[in-house]
Ligand binder design. Structure first.
Ligand code: HDD
Length: 689
């Protein structure tokens, strides 16, 4: 282990160089015990005679078995299921005017980061594509120490005060008597919690929207949720909210598809992230900040400390200040993704907290949870958690201590060690808390300004396109429809009539309870287009995955042309046929079949292309799978392309063969090739609905 970086200079590889000291290459090496003793035999335990009992003195057996017996650690109490990657962050312009945080000053510096995406409710082995909030945590390894931005892909939260977090999580997790359902909010206790805690209204609208079923971790926004503070060198503060904006745009699955993916490939998002990085399609996110001057704290019709409220982007614009690129997969999932420990309280000078009562409670919970999850107070020494800045303090001992601190002095102040380590002044980089003046009685109360639970829920509803509204209604029907208690269902209808009476009536109809008794909804006529992912302008086909259905006798020149246009659009394609091996075109060209109709599935692709060539089409039509494949893509509103004879498969599935406005493209020449790419870039073709 080398000493920490005392020079203070950080570059993109700083963290990797540190991790290199812990990476072990077993390749071509002899097997040893953990004591370094070479092992001569690893298949038979030591016995008294070939058919006799195993001997206690078999230290190799005992060590191997003991380690195995203790290989599992407690999974995270929430966000247990996650996927992570390394990368770097670079600021576009110095942010000196607003913050003294060093990693936000110099555009030439690449600060190493590790990001972990997660679902909230499911266990470590649960499926990726479930309806849930996604965690979006970033650890910046800065020269001033680790800065953690522990956010979600939804900008608001279910509750306003951290004391209610255990209740929320108890309600959404599988019910304790029978541990059902896994990774799902569609059950009685969650909806009972919602109905009895009106502050959940806004977040529930987001949770039932398409945001909760992202197409990819690479295609979702990230939000710090809370209001934080930027503080500059002069001690001037701004309230700030943090945003991650995906360069590929915000895209979602549809619900039927999401449920099927959960079975067909539970690792859908994890694999998508892994493969994107592996193939050089590095996920990129722009970093944005919304800022409010301290003196403007009370100028809004919502309380900026309330975590169930967002700051409408039209009112307080997002200033894009930098970019993060994820360019390296992990070497070992457990050592990195599982052992990483985030904490919203890991801040650097220039970033400070606000009095948001949810944030304040989080500042306790995160270190506390790592103590049981990672087994003691030294988890900061695990390679993935280590800062690249130097660490000097008087903390000693504890489980699994790795640093060796020589000498007798481990206290402050002292004279025996010349009073070191010594606190740094602010000018030397010492963290100084923002000197907010606080004055109040000790009370267990919620501020009056936190009591409007419906205006922004309605703002969100007003901001949705018709398709997005329809999806929210369907989600209500599914989720509340799964609730067994009629009473809870009725309470939900009454509660959401405060948002929109018509919406509540529709929910009531779908789940078979009475229309709401309440006839007055909250007064809110505004909309915020920035909240609608359908209205976001980013449409690109880059990194999308297309299934090419082909059999022997496919039209080679046509397929080559399509592959060429895929390549220039950054699309990847897989050949699907009845059997693995190769398929041969009518011109004699052979291509490898990547998957069969048994191993692949329509839901795992963004679009489908049926290759032309009569022989190929006839062979494909000999079974119903290709027709089902195309039909599913159609039902999930995906782009479908077909070569000349490929149209026969489409018509067998009842699909009109050339309707570019609905994302069905006859791919017969170069022009139609680009029309197909455009259709893929649009992501979904709701016109079909
Ligand atoms: Fe939390 C994990 C995000 C409220 C207590 N939280 C955790 C993770 C994310 C969030 C992304 C996973 C970190 C990782 O990948 O390791 N949590 C949020 C957001 C919240 C929020 C955006 C609201 C704005 N959380 C919240 C509250 C509490 C916690 C109010 C408790 C007072 N969260 C935890 C935790 C976890 C955690 C129990 C479990 C594992 C961990 O911390 O490391 O401490």
């Amino acid at each position: 282990m080398t000493k920490a970086n005392e020079s203070g200079r950080i570059d993109e590889q700083s963290k990797q160089r540190q991790l290199d000291q812990y990476r072990v290459d077993d390749n071509g090496k002899k097997m040893t015990t953990n004591q370094g003793l070479r092992v001569s035999e690893d298949e038979h335990s030591l016995k008294a005679g070939a058919r006799g009992p195993t001997l206690m003195e078999d230290f190799h057996f005992r060590e191997k078995m003991t380690h195995f017996d203790h290989e599992r650690i407690p999974e995270r109490i929430v966000h247990a299921r996650g996927s992570g990657a390394h990368g770097y962050f670079q600021v576009y312009e110095p942010m000196t005017e607003y913050t003294k945080a060093k990693f936000l000053q110099d555009p030439s510096v690449k600060t190493p980061v590790f990001v972990r995406y997660s679902t909230v409710a499911g266990s470590r082995g649960s499926a990726d594509s479930v309806r849930d909030v996604r965690g979006f945590s970033t650890k910046f390894y800065t020269e001033e120490g680790n800065y953690d931005l522990v956010g979600n892909n939804i900008p608001v939260f279910f509750i306003q005060d951290a004391i209610k977090f255990p209740d929320l999580i108890h309600a959404v997790k599988p019910e304790p008597h029978n541990e059902i359902p896994q990774a799902a909010s569609a059950h009685d206790t969650f909806w009972d919690f919602v109905a009895n805690n009106e502050e959940t209204a806004h977040m529930v609208m987001w949770h039932l929207s398409d945001r909760a079923i992202p197409r990819s971790f690479r295609m979702m926004e990230g939000f710090g949720v809370h209001t934080f503070r930027f503080v500059n060198e002069q001690g001037v503060a701004h309230f700030v909210k943090f945003h991650w904006k995906p360069v590929l745009g915000v895209k979602s699955l549809v619900w039927d598809e999401a449920q099927k993916i959960a079975g067909k490939n539970p690792d859908f998002h994890r694999q998508d992230l892994w493969e994107a990085i592996d193939t050089g399609n590095y996920p990129e996110f722009e970093f944005g900040v919304q800022m409010i001057k301290e003196e403007d704290e009370f100028k809004f019709d919502f309380d900026i400390l309330d975590p169930t409220k967002l700051w409408p982007e039209e009112q307080i614009p997002v200033k894009i200040i930098g970019k993060m690129v994820l360019n390296q997969n992990t070497d070992n999932f457990f050592a990195e993704t599982e052992q990483i420990a985030f904490h919203p309280g890991h801040v650097v000078p220039g970033i400070d907290f606000s009095n948001d009562p949810l944030l304040q409670g989080r500042l306790f919970s995160y270190t506390d949870t790592q103590l049981s999850r990672l087994g003691g107070p030294n988890f900061h020494e695990l390679p993935i958690n280590r800062t690249v800045a130097p660490v000097h303090n008087n903390q000693r001992d504890g489980m699994h201590r790795m640093s060796i601190n020589p000498g007798p002095v481990s206290y402050h102040k002292n004279s025996l060690a010349g009073n070191s380590p010594e606190p740094a002044s602010e000018g030397e980089g010492g963290y100084a808390h923002y000197q907010e003046k606080v004055d109040g009685r000790k009370v267990r109360q919620r501020s009056e300004s936190f009591k409007d639970h419906y205006s922004q829920a309605k703002l969100f509803w007003n901001s949705m396109t018709e398709v997005e509204k329809e999806h929210i209604i369907q989600a209500f029907h599914f989720e509340v429809g799964k609730v067994k208690s009629k009473d809870v269902q009725q309470q939900i209808v009454e509660m959401f009539s405060n948002v929109d009476v018509e919406l509540a009536k529709t929910i009531a109809m779908g789940v078979g309870v009475n229309p709401p008794a309440n006839k007055s909804e909250v007064q809110m006529d505004l909309a915020s287009p920035a909240l609608s992912q359908e209205q976001m302008k980013v449409n690109t086909a880059a990194t999308r995955k297309v299934a090419i259905l082909a059999a022997d006798g496919f039209n080679g020149s046509e397929v080559n042309q399509v592959l060429e246009s895929f390549k220039s659009a950054g699309i990847t394609a897989e050949f699907i046929s009845h059997n693995r091996g190769v398929v041969t075109s009518s011109e004699g060209q052979q291509v490898e079949v990547n998957q069969t109709f048994l191993t692949a599935d329509s839901v795992l692709f963004d679009a489908v292309y049926v290759a032309g060539g009569q022989e190929s089409v006839d062979a494909l039509m000999a079974s119903k799978e290709p027709i089902y494949f195309v039909d599913e893509a159609y039902n999930h509103f995906k782009a479908i392309g077909a070569g000349k004879e490929g149209a026969e498969i489409l018509s067998k599935a009842g699909i009109v063969s050339n309707d570019p406005a609905s994302g069905i493209v006859a791919v017969t020449d170069k022009n139609s090739g680009s029309a197909f790419i455009e259709a893929i870039a649009k992501h979904r073709h709701w016109k079909r609905a």
